[in-house]
Design a protein around this ligand. Sequence first.
Ligand code: CDP
Length: 201
Amino acid sequence: MAFTVAIDGPAAAGKGTISKAVAAHFGFAHLDTGLLYRAVGARVLAGADPVQAALALDASELDGDALRTAAIAQAASHAAAIPDVRAALVDFQRAFAARKGGAVLDGRDIGTVICPDADVKLFITASAEVRAQRRFDELTGKGAATDYATVLADVKARDERDSSRATAPLVAADNAVLIDTSDLSIDAAVAQAIKVVQAAR
Ligand code: CDP
């Protein structure tokens, strides 16, 4: 039976960690939809047209590690504001959500646009400062040369662009359960998310 968990929220709020943990706990498949937009962003940086890049995307070839750079994140966010880019990625995401055995999708518009009838909707958030610190730790942990102020400015710029775009803006669905991870450990945030999903099964 299909069972869809939609997890949305701003950059570096903890969606990825929570989504992976929820999927592992319940044995569901997981799709990080940000990687689709990052893959498009990477191709745009290499000179491709964004809409053509989205239409030609082969979702089986998404390399999460290579795509998680600050430059690709910004390019992804620019490409993600183009309605035809978003439209090109809808069918793949909906097919993933409908797979038997359950699916967790995380992104910006899963509960509002991609899966408005999802069985569970979570909106994961945290203060911009906490999110920037987490992203800074993640990037420097991978050896990237950056500083906290730059990462904070990037996070804020992306939030602003993602929230203000006309098509599928970043916004919590009316019936989403909000989890603010600013003062929560990873374990505590994951436990809250699992509890909400368990209650809906
Ligand atoms: O990991 P992080 O939260 O920083 O970003 P991401 O989830 O990998 O998404 C990168 C960018 O893709 C976002 O800033 C959005 O502009 C875009 N995106 C989107 O528009 N819709 C989605 N469902 C997922 C990502």
